[in-house]
Ligand binder design. Structure first.
Ligand code: WT7
Length: 657
């Protein structure tokens, strides 16, 4: 079996076989790109993307901080780049969709079939009154219609806003209202662990007074259901429209989509991505990181509700004319080897997932993976949070069978595409280290004052990557405060990082954002939701290390009325499920008399965190109510449930240094 890596002086490097197939295999590219990143991207952009009209060379990159533009004035249509230009090989599969129920047949859509469906969906949206620049909300599970809907929006220049299907109605409603979406595309439901989930019920709740005029419902669970009023059957309406939709001529800098993400305040931010710059970064990062060639089958396990799903389950592979596999269901359904079966059956060659999933499979034990040869695999990827060394080794040995490089990609919703990772043809592949800035991008690790150091805050420096966000939707102030206030001319990633022998190791968030099973969640967002409960006076949320999820939230609640009880803890947890979604549910809720606060009234979450993880308590002097700390310590020590949650090993695994 081909080995794609080799060991040299204690490190893994690409083997000859990998170097031979790699698009990029000479490390000189970094120096060349860094000499003139603007010229570098300009040349790549011309080669990789089909433009209807090129940009004026002087306008390749314009920077007026805090904003910057790539390829200003150039014209293109994103959908044409993802579909039309591959029609020459129209029989090639674009999407392989694996439904959760074992008995249900997978759907394979060729480029031509996908193209036809996207064109029709685009015409349908037009028929419903959607125009260039209008927003469309998409609340769909991982089914082909999700990709169809997203691409259809890009064809007509509508801005899509995908909302994760596990989010609660309130979360959907807030996102619909913020971008003033005209149409919602949703489904009657989907399968999760063999059970039917009713998505439409949640969507209907969100729709009350939301301003949505029309709702397209995909029949996923019941084939022939009919709908009334503002609800229309996606499948039936599609039959009534024309087969061809002329693509809209878009400016490179026109917004293509909004994706909401958690910030440090309670309200999610609408991250805006433009068309041309995003296309260029999605195309090249997918191509070079995962070395996509004609025969490759890429499986990115992320849901389309996250940026990873946007860029590497749908757009990156399609821009490259590759086949992308998507899977509807739970990783361990019906058995703990479902994923490995899928890889073997469909001969997946590039597999991209999150450390939290790897840790879950580790826990299931080796017997489920040992049965599978996984010989089609060439490249493994990881994303979403720092990967610990145990998970890295397991992934490398058990999934990659010590043959495949692991590409640890650091990036964010805001960056649109990957930014820090080593390239498969260059290496080295070092556990827990993301590595190098993608050619043509620059990062600096700085101290509080913005001065370069080897351990500190991770920033990006000018010229900023083409796929970077173009502001926060209708909220300039938020954009400036979040990304530009601290370091002025450097983009603040809010992550900490260490530079070691020229390689970057990202250590995790330095703000009040948690990464729970790879999902991004603000402590403030969860606190606001808990505080909305009628029995709660105030609350504080802090994450603790978790061996599978990476981090898990623990809540401290001061009650307004009522008495602490197990029942109340349960009801608060389901309150969170209902209003935010189960991914945000705290593992444990402690009812306390008071929260540690400074004289100015600031809740000292750091102290709560140190109590939970048994670390030295510092700064007690600054508290107005130091006595509450002892009460909380006592409460935690005697709690049986918490004893099982708190994992000393996890604590070591996720040490930030
Ligand atoms: C945050 C962004 C964009 C991918 C999905 C997550 C953390 C992401 C890594 C990595 C260490 C990572 C950072 C970042 N993160 N990838 N390879 N190593 N940390 O997108 O939800 O916007 O979260 O995820 O903390 O800031 P996101």
């Amino acid at each position: 079996m081909t080995k794609y890596i080799t060991k040299k002086s204690g490190k893994y490097w690409p083997s000859k076989a990998m170097k031979e197939i790699a698009w990029v295999n000479d490390k000189k590219i970094y120096k060349q790109a860094n000499k003139n990143p603007v010229k570098f991207w300009s040349e790549l952009a011309k080669k990789g993307i089909m433009w209807e009209e090129l940009w004026d060379e002087k306008k390749t990159y314009i920077e007026k901080l805090p904003y910057f533009w790539w390829f200003k004035g150039a014209k293109l249509n994103f959908c044409v780049n993802a579909l039309d230009r591959h029609l020459g090989r129209s029989e090639k599969p674009a999407l392989i969709w694996v439904p959760e129920p074992i008995k249900e047949k997978p759907t394979i859509l060729t480029y031509k079939e996908l193209y036809d469906k996207v064109n029709k969906c685009a015409n349908l949206l037009k028929k419903l009154g959607v125009k260039k620049g209008d927003a469309v909300s998409i609340y769909l599970p991982l089914i082909p219609e999700a990709a169809i809907a997203m691409l259809a929006c890009t064809r007509i220049g509508a801005i899509h806003s995908v909302v994760f299907s596990a989010f609660a109605p309130d979360a959907l409603k807030a996102r619909i209202q913020d971008c003033k979406a005209k149409v919602l595309i949703t489904a009657d439901g989907y399968y999760r662990r063999g059970k039917k989930e009713n998505l439409l019920k949640k969507a209907k709740k969100a729709l009350r007074k939301s301003g949505i005029k029309k709702v397209l419902v995909v029949n996923r669970l019941s084939k022939n259901k009919t709908y009334f009023g503002k609800f229309l059957s996606f499948n039936k309406e599609l039959e009534k429209v024309d087969l061809y939709c002329k693509p809209e001529r878009m400016n490179s800098e026109d917004p293509m989509f909004i994706l909401y993400t958690s910030g440090t305040t309670g309200k999610p931010k609408g991250i805006v991505h433009d068309t041309g710059g995003y296309a260029v970064q999605a195309y090249y990062t997918a191509k070079w990181n995962f070395n996509l060639h004609d025969q490759d089958i890429m499986w990115c396990t992320a849901d389309i509700g996250w940026i990873t799903g946007h860029t590497y389950a749908i757009y990156g592979p399609l821009l490259n004319g590759t086949t992308s596999l998507i899977y509807e269901g739970t990783p361990d359904f019906p058995k703990q080897d479902r994923w490995w079966k899928i890889i073997d059956k469909y001969k997946v060659s590039v597999f991209y997932t999150a450390p939290t999933a790897i840790r879950m499979f580790m826990k299931f034990g080796n017997k489920y993976v040992n049965k599978h040869k996984l010989k089609s695999l060439k490249i493994l990827g990881t994303v979403g949070e720092p990967i610990d060394i145990d998970a890295w080794n397991w992934y490398f040995k058990k999934i990659g069978k010590s043959r495949c490089p692991i590409i640890d990609t650091w990036w964010q919703t805001e960056t649109g595409g990957t930014l820090i990772n080593v390239l498969p043809g260059i290496g080295p592949f070092v556990p827990t280290i993301a590595g190098l800035s993608f050619p043509g991008t620059r990062h600096a690790i700085v101290d509080k004052k913005g001065k370069k150091t080897n351990k500190g805050f991770l920033t990006q420096v000018s010229p900023f990557a083409p796929g970077m966000l173009h502001g926060v939707w209708k909220n300039h102030k938020k954009y400036v405060e979040t990304y530009w206030k601290k370091f002025k001319t450097k983009y603040d990633t809010s992550d900490g990082a260490i530079l070691k022998s020229g390689l970057i190791r990202v250590t995790g968030r330095t703000d009040d954002v948690m990464k729970v099973a790879g999902h991004r969640l603000a402590t403030a967002e969860l606190e606001n939701t808990i505080n909305d409960h009628n029995l709660v006076n105030e609350s504080a949320v802090v994450p603790i290390p978790d061996k599978i999820k990476g981090e898990t939230p623990i809540a401290f609640v001061v009650l307004e009325k009522g008495k602490p009880s197990e029942k109340l803890e349960k009801s608060l947890k389901s309150h969170v499920d209902k209003h935010l979604g189960p991914t945000s549910r705290p593992s444990k809720i402690f009812f306390v008399h008071a929260l540690p606060k400074t004289r100015s009234g600031k809740i000292m979450r750091r102290i709560l965190k140190n109590i939970l993880t048994n670390e030295e308590l510092k700064g007690l002097m600054t508290l107005v109510n130091p006595k509450c700390v002892e009460d909380i310590q006592r409460l935690i020590k005697t709690d049986e449930i918490f004893k099982n949650i708190e994992d000393k090993n996890a604590n070591n695994l996720f040490k930030k240094d």
